[in-house]
Design a binder for this molecule. Structure first.
Ligand code: ZN
Length: 402
């Protein structure tokens, strides 16, 4: 994939895009031979290369479902580029919102229906074929999604005005909300959004459209939270803080993975009894802890994808006392963790001794098969953070996380 388009391994975005593309290709291949769709299966995996590990390269492949292979795939795919173009036609040729029985759905792929999204699949294929370097939203979709956000904000007693390509929350100092296409999450999604964004003085970070479609509460959180807003250019920041085009840099597992999270710090949030330079933020991106809960205002809130956790910076070697089964942000000097595919992960750490060999057991609270418990050597592990709270609706909540 070229340009800035990345499919973070294990992300919902990657799952939806690749499941959709794989299913569309299988359908086109079997339709071409006029055989039943159950004869050709499709899968995907990260390419076994450095680019694959970073999310820039992926393999999507078709296979004959009959044992031994009936030769259908070989017969159907004589021209790979042609079948990619047919898949685009299939994906763009329907008028449903995400997928339906006219385009992608069948009884055979019923377990995948929730992961099928025509628009994302088509955008990815057009990008791969060089037809659309920069995926964008169409104006109608953008307006609908902005309206969805506006309804929720008004339910929270905010005053909101919807303009071309943006929302203005007048009750929050004219804070401006624009959307981005999920395949290019940092850039405003349409020329109108771009114009509004470059003129706006109080922008929230662009909100990616899949978040609005699939995780609306977290999108609403981003609208009203101070995190991600563009600070005025001369606002003092603690040393080591990266400033991106869109505002204060929020960390992800990827950005912390290099260099053991050195120089991490964040601003825009004041926490009693803590040095600002010892505090940083992490947005959870993948399935790891969606079963873990914390309490805000008496309500249990899951640590699902999109949750923003506030950390106190630590730099401790792994030793027995620290591995008390509590949640820690850890860095490995050896390998990427299975759960994040990066050298940083968040997990419950437990000291384990078996047959005289010592290891640290990392436990996730997840339903995902990617987040199965993992044992690692203590000498490769550094604890880089301790969670002290979460950010919700722009407010810091101190919490005791599990
Ligand atoms: Zn359809």
């Amino acid at each position: 994939m070229g340009g800035d388009v990345l499919l973070p391994p294990g992300s919902t975005l990657a799952k939806i895009c690749l499941t959709t593309v794989a299913q569309a290709l299988a359908i086109c291949a079997s339709d071409k031979l006029e055989i039943d769709r159950s004869n050709i299966g499709a899968e995907y995996r990260a390419a076994q290369t450095d680019k694959g590990r970073s999310g820039a390269e992926v393999d999507v492949y078709l296979y004959d479902t009959t044992p031994g292979g009936a030769g259908f795939v070989k017969a159907a795919v004589t021209d790979p580029e042609a079948i990619l173009r047919q898949a685009i036609d299939l994906l763009e040729g329907c008028d449903c919102e995400s997928s339906c029985y006219k385009c992608l759905r069948s009884y055979g792929n019923r377990f995948l229906h929730q992961d099928l999204d025509r628009e994302l699949g088509a955008a990815l294929l057009k990008h791969v074929l060089g037809e659309q370097e920069r995926p964008r939203l169409d104006k109608k979709t953008e307006a609908q999604l902005l309206k969805t956000i506006a309804v929720d904000l008004r339910d929270m007693d905010h005053e909101v005005v919807q303009n071309d390509g943006c929302l203005i929350i007048t009750s929050m100092g004219d804070r401006q909300i624009v959307l981005s296409h999920s395949l290019m999450p940092r850039l405003p999604s349409t020329p109108e959004a771009e114009a509004a964004y470059s003129a706006g003085r109080n922008n929230a970070a662009p909100i990616d459209h899949l978040r609005v479609k699939r995780a609306l509460p977290s999108a609403i959180d981003m609208c009203v939270t101070t995190v991600g807003s563009r600070p005025s250019a001369d606002a003092p920041l603690p040393a080591g803080l990266g400033r991106s085009d869109t505002g204060i840099k929020m960390h992800s597992f990827d950005t912390l993975s290099e260099g053991c999270g050195k120089g991490i710090a964040s601003a825009g949030i004041t926490i009693p009894d803590h040095q600002p330079s010892s505090i940083f933020l992490l947005e959870i991106e993948g399935p790891q802890l969606e079963k873990a809960k914390f309490k805000v205002d008496g309500k249990d809130v899951p640590l699902a994808s999109g949750a923003v956790i506030v950390f106190e910076r630590l730099n401790e070697a792994a030793s027995q006392g620290l591995h008390d089964g509590r949640l820690r942000l850890v860095h490995s000097s050896e390998n990427a963790f299975k759960a994040t595919k990066t050298r940083v992960t968040l997990a419950m750490c437990k000291w384990a001794e078996f047959d005289g060999r010592i290891s640290v057991r990392l436990q996730y609270q997840s339903t995902s098969s990617k987040a199965t418990p993992q044992k690692v050597a203590p000498e490769s592990l550094t604890i880089i953070g301790r969670p002290i709270g979460v950010v919700r609706r722009g407010v810091f909540h101190p919490v005791k996380l599990p």
